[in-house]
Each structure stands twice: as structure tokens, then as C-alpha cells.
Design a protein around this ligand. Structure first.
Ligand code: NAD
Length: 435
């Protein structure tokens, strides 16, 4: 195979915190990290260009009949970033903040995430600009089905497999699976993951992302010589990822001193009864009104004097504005993109050990992969087996990234990108570029 000339290093933008056009543009943040890793890997110019572009970007208009008989039209996106290693894999988000730039970044992160944990998927993501909390269940169902129909050509177990993300859940996945199956004429369970267990979902999938966060946090604590017992933790975001991470870290012996969601943040230095808070949210849909602790602001939660901070809500919550005030020794990025690229160097300077999103929250896609394997094999695993295999993958991936970070004297994020990009690049080299 002919080797391409190396890229002159001056054509790669370095992630210098002073060179940001828009710190909070998630795609730009992803690209700056990508560039840094690509430069260290000395990636050849052709591949560098290929990996900087999403393969496919789809924008759809989604008409939905509201309960009052009026028609509303929503905008939806689906981006396939890279499928060289296998079918595209990525969640669907329903939120007013969804933008194409965000979906592109999330699709790229899915590509690197699947590669970091070495599962045979590419990366994609989808989103619909809507406020699901303002919609009835039947409106949400019509929105989901119409969005599925609009992107159906690219969906499929061998091409693109959605999963839950912010404001989507098992029920939404069931509607997508049903709509797809109706269109193709036969039941196709493997077209989505994160489905209800009764219809081909995997045991352990719902808890997988939070469980993965727990495994890598324990690895980080061990690496830094910190005991698990009594470790203080603050968790931002109390949905699927944050609440499970809090529950499982609590069960391992950590003290969860703060939790927060979009409605409220609560602090108790003696430790919060996480199971009680989960039960409250199950009943009331949010932490609003949960009075068992001191009410603090969302930003105060992020800057608490704790051992571990788990941002598990949305992106861009740790920026140049507050990174210098972060007092946690470890950040476990449960959310995708919670830290801006400009904030990375501030955290580095202050010695904060960051477990990057593409590693920390990869437990979800790992068990999604297990679900897809089980659907295609028609044979289902016990929860214990799922959790054991998840643990192996998370622990081994953490150690692979740590080893690379020591070898190259880079932080965990750059090491994770290097590992991911080198795996994707290897497959591209083997397949050749169809240009
Ligand atoms: P979710 O909808 O279940 O929960 C989101 C939580 O964040 C809610 O508690 C919400 O109130 C809170 N939140 C929203 N805005 C906030 C704000 N401004 N301040 C504080 N809290 C706020 O979503 P989720 O599935 O838990 O996803 C959370 C993050 O984890 C997202 O970044 C998502 O992309 C990422 N993620 C999710 C999975 C998964 O399997 N669900 C996997 C990998 C990564």
C-alpha cells in the first residue's frame, strides 16, 4: 500500500484556549480534540480530511397532528459520522436545544466512543427540536413515528441503529422499532437498542451508562491511590445516567453529597439518600420540591469541594468561566461534551483527572452492542453476564487509555482520542479510500 505524505503540522489547528471562535460550539470542540490527537498520531493528509467530515447529514421536517387537531411542523436531524468499523450507532435526543452542529458533534463522539471500547460500530446521532415535557404521550408517539418514517431509508440493523438519549426512553425505542417493522414488513428487533426487555431489550441496558461511570470512577480512584469508601461525589443531572451513577457509586461506599437536575440542586454534607431521591423523581418527574438537603445553584454544585464530580446532564457546563473554580480531583464525564475544549487546559493545569466522555459514558453503547448481538442471535443473556462483560470492557478500556496517556505524556482525553482515531484509521487503511 502506498503511503501518503505526512500532513505538515502547521495545517492542523492546535487546541490553544486562546484561539477559540466559539467555545461552546460542540462540533468545534470535538474537532480541536480530534486535531490534537491526529497531530500526535501523524495521520496522513487524506485520512485526516476524510475523518474530519460526517459521511451523511439529513434534515427532515416532521408534521405532527396535535391533540387539538392543529398541525405543527418540527425539525429533525440524523447524522452518520463514520461507518467504517460497522453499522452507525447513536442515540436520538428530543430537546429544544438540539442543533445540527450539536448532532454532528454527538455523531462524531459516538464514532470515537465505539472505537475506544472497541465494539464494531460506527457513529451517528439524531435529534428533534421539540419540548417533550410540553407534549402529550400521543403527540410524542406521532412525532416519533413520523420522524422514523422520514429517516427510514438509512435505518436498519446493518446500517444505522438508534438508542435513547436526552428525553427519549424505552417507550420511544419501542415506537421506532414498531414503525420500522411495519414499513419493512417484518419484526426487526435489532433496529434499535434500549428497548423494553419484553420485546428484545437487554437486561442491564437501562443502568449501563451509569454502571460504566461507576466502573471507571473506581479505576480512577485506584490509580490515584484514593479509597472508594467515603469518597465524596457531586452529580449534575439526575436522569438515566446521573441517577444510576449516583446509586451505584453510593452502593460501592461513596458518599453522594450533591445531586441536581434542571429544576433544582441539593447538597447534604452528610450524604443524600439517593434511592429516596430516585423514588421522589419517579413520582414527581424532577427534583423540584425535594426538600431533604440544602438548595444550591447548579453552578455551585459544579464547584463543590468534592473528590469526584459527575456531570451527567448536557454539554458545555464546564467552560473557561468556571473551570478554574472546580475543586473535584476527578471528573467523570457521564454526559457527552460537558467540558469545552478551552476548559481542558485549565483543568489540566489544576491537576484535575478527567475521565473523558468517550470513555466514561461508553457503558451505554457497550450494552447496546450486547443487545444488538442478542437480538441477532435470538438468545438472551442473564443480567449478571451482561454486567460482567460490561465491567471487563470498561476496565480494560480505562487501562488501555491510561497506558497510552502515560506513554505519550498526554491527558486521558487526548489518549482516548488517539486510541479511537488510530482504530478508525486502521480500518480505513485496510479498506482503502474509495475516492
Ligand atoms: P435524561 O433525559 O434521562 O436526564 C437528563 C438529566 O439532566 C435530567 O435530570 C435533567 O433534568 C438534567 N438537566 C437538563 N438540563 C440541566 C441543567 N441545565 N442543569 C442541570 N441538570 C440538567 O438524559 P440521560 O440519558 O441521562 O443523558 C444525560 C447525558 O448523558 C447526555 O449528555 C447524554 O448524551 C449522555 N449519555 C446518555 C447515555 C444513555 O445511555 N442514556 C449514554 C451516553 C451518554
Amino acid at each position: 500500500m502506498a503511503t501518503e505524505p505526512r500532513l505538515p503540522t502547521n495545517t492542523i489547528v492546535k487546541p490553544d484556549k486562546d484561539t477559540f471562535l466559539n467555545e461552546e460550539n460542540p462540533f468545534e470542540a470535538m474537532m480541536l480534540r480530534f486535531d490534537r490527537a491526529a497531530e500526535l498520531l501523524d495521520l496522513e493528509p487524506g485520512l485526516y480530511k476524510v475523518l474530519r467530515h460526517p459521511e451523511k447529514q439529513i434534515i427532515v421536517s416532521i408534521p405532527v397532528m396535535k391533540d387539538n387537531g392543529e398541525v405543527e411542523v418540527y425539525t429533525g436531524y440524523r447524522v452518520l459520522y463514520n461507518t467504517s468499523r460497522g453499522p452507525a450507532k447513536g442515540g436520538i435526543r428530543f430537546d429544544m436545544s438540539v442543533t445540527l452542529e450539536e448532532v454532528k458533534a454527538l455523531a462524531a463522539w459516538m464514532t470515537w466512543k465505539c472505537a475506544v471500547v472497541n465494539i464494531p460500530f460506527g457513529g451517528s446521532k439524531g435529534g428533534v427540536v421539540c419540548d417533550p415535557l410540553e407534549m402529550s404521550a400521543s403527540e410524542l408517539e406521532r412525532l416519533t413515528r413520523r420522524y422514523t418514517a422520514a429517516i427510514i431509508q438509512i435505518l436498519g440493523p446493518d446500517s444505522d441503529v438508534p438508542a435513547p438519549d436526552v428525553n427519549t426512553n424505552e417507550r420511544v425505542m419501542a415506537w421506532i422499532m414498531d414503525t420500522y417493522s411495519m414499513h419493512v414488513g417484518h419484526t426487526t428487533t435489532a433496529v434499535v437498542t434500549g428497548k423494553p426487555v419484553e420485546m428484545g431489550g437487554s437486561l442491564g441496558r437501562r443502568e449501563a451508562t451509569g454502571r460504566g461511570c461507576m466502573f471507571v470512577t473506581k479505576e480512577a480512584l485506584e490509580h490515584l491511590g484514593m479509597p472508594v469508601e467515603g469518597t465524596t461525589v457531586a452529580v449534575q443531572g439526575f436522569g438515566n445516567v446521573g441517577s444510576v451513577a449516583a446509586q451505584l457509586l453510593h452502593r460501592e461506599g461513596c458518599k453522594i453529597v450533591a445531586i441536581g437536575d434542571r429544576s433544582a440542586s441539593i447538597y447534604d454534607k452528610n450524604g443524600i439518600d439517593v434511592d429516596d431521591a430516585v423514588a421522589y423523581v419517579a413520582k414527581h418527574r424532577s427534583l423540584d420540591g425535594y426538600a431533604k438537603g440544602e438548595i444550591i445553584s447548579g453552578n455551585d454544585l459544579l464547584t463543590l469541594d468534592v473528590d469526584v464530580l459527575v456531570p451527567a446532564a448536557l454539554e458545555n457546563v464546564i467552560t473557561t468561566k468556571n473551570a478554574g473554580s472546580i475543586r473535584a480531583r476527578i471528573i467523570c464525564e457521564g454526559a457527552n461534551g460537558p467540558t469545552t475544549a478551552a476548559a481542558d487546559s485549565i483543568l489540566d493545569e489544576n491537576g484535575v483527572f478527567v475521565i473523558p466522555d468517550i470513555l466514561a459514558n461508553a457503558g451505554g453503547v457497550t450494552v447496546s452492542y450486547f443487545e444488538w448481538v442478542q437480538d441477532r442471535g435470538g438468545y438472551f443473556w442473564t443480567e449478571q453476564l451482561v454486567n460482567e462483560r460490561l465491567r471487563d470492557i470498561m476496565v480494560n478500556s480505562f487501562q488501555d487509555v491510561l497506558t497510552l496517556s502515560k506513554q505519550h505524556k498526554v491527558n486521558m482525553r487526548t489518549a482516548a482520542y488517539m486510541l479511537a482515531i488510530s482504530r478508525v484509521a486502521t480500518v480505513h487503511r485496510l479498506r482503502g479510500i474509495y475516492a
